[in-house]
Write a protein that binds this ligand. Structure first.
Ligand SMILES: [Zn+2]
Ligand SMILES: [Zn+2]
Length: 94
């Protein structure tokens, strides 16, 4: 089964899309265990990138000052999405 089909099947069954056994809380895709694991791995990834002064998204190019810990390429790629999300957040809280 392709990865995407398996994930869709898990989602439909109300199971964690990552491990397939945990029960995600309130409309989430992953269970607490997998969320914690993802959080921990992205935190250590960020630390490794920061220690070397590398972009935390691609981990290969040098980060650029004022571009949110990312290189120019990744900042340009991610920034529009972040702005979009920030706009939505403002709309819902206002
Ligand atoms: Zn899980
Ligand atoms: Zn990058």
């Amino acid at each position: 089964m392709p990865e995407s089909a398996r994930i869709a099947a898990r989602r439909e069954a109300g199971l964690c899309t990552a491990c397939g056994t945990g029960k995600p809380a309130g409309g989430r895709a992953k269970c607490e265990t997998c969320l914690d694991a993802a959080r921990a791995s992205s935190a250590s990834r960020r630390e490794r990138a920061a220690a070397k002064g590398l972009c935390e998204a691609c981990m290969t190019r040098k980060r650029v000052k004022g571009r949110g810990n990312r290189c120019a390429t990744c900042a340009d790629k991610y920034l529009p999405r972040q702005l979009e999300r920030a706009k939505k957040r403002r709309r819902t809280t206002a």
